[in-house]
Design a protein around this ligand. Sequence first.
Ligand SMILES: *Cc1c(COP(=O)(O)O)cnc(C)c1O
Length: 426
Amino acid sequence: MDHFSFQQGVLHCEEVDVPSLADRFGTPLFIYSKRTFIEHYDRLHAAFADLNPWLCYSIKSCSNLSICRLLADRGAAFDVVSGGELARAMEAGADPGRIVFAGVGKTDEEIRAALAVDIGWFNVESEAEMANLASIASEMGKTARAAVRVNPDVDPQTHVYTTTGKRETKFGIDLERAKSVFAEFANKPGIAPVGIHVHIGSPVNTIDPYVQAITKTLGLIDELATAGHRVTAINIGGGFGAHYDGGEAPTARAYAERIVPLLAGRELTVLLEPGRCIAANAGVLVARVLYTKASGDRRFLIVDAAMTELLRPALYGSYHFAWPVVPFNGMVPPRRSADVCLDGSVRVDVVGPVCESADFLAKDRMLPPVARGDLICLFSAGAYGFSMSSQYNSRPRPPEILVEGETVRLIRRRETYDDLVSAERL
Ligand SMILES: *Cc1c(COP(=O)(O)O)cnc(C)c1O
């Protein structure tokens, strides 16, 4: 699943031991494995090869320029959700014709910037946005290729905050209304509604919701064809799972085995928007224990990383496997899972220094004994880790390191106190 492993009782990223990285770059610290990124991308590519799809890497999952460049070099297309992400994709050398732009609230300025570089597709989320996009594109003498984002009313059985394909969410247009959108905009200048986009949520660790959503969407495409509207592309979104709790995500091949037969032979360009399944297991967050503390029957490990570096536990109650980088007495976990409990473990909460009760990274875990100064690793932090980080409590953001074999590269330096205030010195 990744290239983070314990070798002689010490956590390594590929061939490099993690304590040496923590000494050299300080903590908290994000460490990525290049090999893991590439393998995850290549596995998806191979699994879906029969459809020859656009694999649009979802930049918001892990946005670092070097990571985007790495995937662009590998042939990835890109999924962006803001003008800032568009700028990143362009700087990373993405082919603009293979960029798709999603999001319910694109500003006029963002739409203009995307039209100016002739991006591949706009994923459009409402009638009002269609009208605005058509009018801006006409003004600029362009025609925007639009994929109408439909809301298939499928329950992906994931967290309510990351469910996007149910009727009650803010995303997309329901299937019935999608037909009238095609009727209304088919012949309007400035816009070519020739695609359908469907993204049901994330992470979706079962395949049935995809099958349901794609089947409903293909039904809509057939109905549209009957009404004289030819759809040429289907974008099935992202949301494929990652391994947070040791092996819960289906493999790329398992998703493909059910999805490819639905789409093969349909003469549709197929787009996917994977983020998490490429990035999550390719990165970890390393923190140092500042203090240990007991309060009643609870024991806390207070570490130097916080919700500012890894927001997912605070935001969604997400689970990240935590373990000491050099476990006491060689207590190496047999697998990365919530139910690992070795003799001599102690029950702890891993918390950060930020002034919020939601500032925890791992709760109620059985860990080997840990002392002040020890390093703790939070696994599967490559997706929605750094990219959701903030400077709350005026904490400079941590550095990001990319490891390839024995080679270590700093791909984002640690922010300084000066970075915290420089935009305010006017
Ligand atoms: C966030 C998002 C994705 C990526 O989701 P992952 O779970 O990272 O694969 C893809 N498409 C859209 C529209 C999104 O909002």
